[in-house]
Design a protein. Structure first.
Length: 264
């Protein structure tokens, strides 16, 4: 089995645009339950190839908005390439919402990408195997809930830093209160997410003042690392380019199918 080396909790994984390409913006990634910054290596490389600087933090769900802000500021540096966007998955999405409301932040957050937002209300617990000590069944259930991508399944299965089982644990209480920052937001959610209901994501998008909702058909919880990760990454790039052009994210290009235009 291939394993990843253990690294300190303060490690930041960063990916830079290719040599000669001026950065088009800065993304700070906040991982979800059980994850760490290295979980988003594929995402970081892909977005960096399109000209964006990507920093993936090793934040944990227990970190407060102030702690997340301190780590994000240290990773981004004194002069991050604008626009700076917080990208959060699972509890990281909730942390992004709370962090964006801190009034004395050392940087300006231009937008939010909220992927597979963790549930903020109790619901039925996912099935995790036929017996409490059936670790293999538990892990298979978690993999099925997280991603349908075989490459990502292997990556996190072989990863010693990845903490199994946390996805089925409670969301920290400090992340549960509603917060609705007045920022452009891209809300991405799997249609078949067994952890967070799609209707929660719809409700969140409706309550945010400048939100776009993207539904990944047949997608499960970890939409940034699911089988449709290429489509998801392309959608993010399109949204970022719109954000760079206009804070209201007015479409740059309109695709027309018959008489029904589709915006990008």
């Amino acid at each position: 089995m291939t394993t990843a080396p253990t690294v300190p909790a303060t490690t930041v994984r960063s990916w830079q645009p290719p040599t000669g390409i001026l950065p088009r913006g800065t993304l700070v990634v906040l991982p979800g339950r059980g994850e760490h910054g290295g979980t988003y290596e594929r995402f970081g490389r892909r977005l960096a190839a399109d000209g964006y600087v990507v920093h993936a933090l090793d934040t944990a769900p227990e970190h407060t908005a102030r702690e997340v802000l301190t780590k994000a500021a240290a990773a981004a540096g004194e002069h991050p390439a604008p626009p700076l966007v917080l990208v959060g998955s699972d509890t990281g999405a909730l942390q992004a919402l709370h962090t964006a409301t801190v009034t004395d932040a050392p940087f300006t957050t231009a937008g939010l990408i909220l992927a597979g937002t963790a549930p903020t209300a109790d619901g039925p617990a996912p099935a995790t195997g036929s017996a409490a000590d059936d670790h293999d069944s538990d892990w298979e259930a978690e993999l099925a809930a997280r991603t349908a991508c075989p490459t990502h399944r292997k990556k996190i299965t072989d990863d010693r830093e990845f903490v199994r089982g946390r996805l089925f644990g409670p969301v920290p209480a400090h992340l549960l209160p509603d917060t609705r920052p007045d920022l452009p937001a891209l809300v991405l959610h799997g249609e078949a997410d067994p952890i967070s209901p799609l209707e929660q994501a719809r409700g969140l998008a409706e309550q945010l003042p400048h939100a776009t909702l993207g539904v990944l058909h047949e997608g499960v919880h970890d939409v940034l690392n699911d089988a449709t990760h290429r489509t998801t990454a392309a959608t993010i790039v399109l949204w970022l380019e719109r954000l760079r052009a206009d804070r209201e994210t007015i479409p740059i290009l309109t695709l027309e199918t018959g008489a029904h235009p589709a915006h990008s």
